[in-house]
Design a protein around this ligand. Structure first.
Ligand SMILES: Nc1ncnc2c1ncn2[C@@H]1O[C@H](COP(=O)(O)OP(=O)(O)OP(=O)(O)O)[C@@H](O)[C@H]1O
Ligand SMILES: [Mg+2]
Length: 86
């Protein structure tokens, strides 16, 4: 139901992300300390939405961020780098 009351499908935007505030803050805290994180969970539990929101907030705070989507084919693998990287 794209554009509907409850978006379904891929990662949701920050406006549509419900809850998870405490978890997001704990991830930001751990990453800021240089720790690595692996998130695992059932399908559609919100892993990617949370990861993107964590990256968005870190970038907002001045961190360099990047994301790679390994589910895309290699030639079209998505690599998003903060423009400030270059
Ligand atoms: N915290 C949340 N707030 C709002 N919607 C959510 C939330 N968590 C999951 N969803 C719903 O689940 C869908 C899938 O979210 P997302 O792609 O982030 O999950 P995922 O765990 O990465 O899924 P997959 O296992 O397929 O990679 C979203 O489109 C949304 O409908
Ligand atoms: Mg995902």
């Amino acid at each position: 139901m794209p554009g509907g009351l409850f978006p379904l499908g891929g990662p949701v935007s920050k406006e549509n992300l419900v809850g998870r505030e405490e978890f997001i803050n704990s991830l930001i805290h751990r990453l800021s300390e240089g720790q690595s994180i692996m998130m695992a969970g059932p399908r559609y539990i919100g892993k990617t939405s949370i990861a993107y929101e964590v990256l968005r907030r870190l970038k907002e705070n001045g961190a360099y961020t990047a994301s790679v989507d390994f589910f895309r084919s290699i030639p079209s693998a998505l690599v998003e780098l903060d423009a400030r990287f270059f």
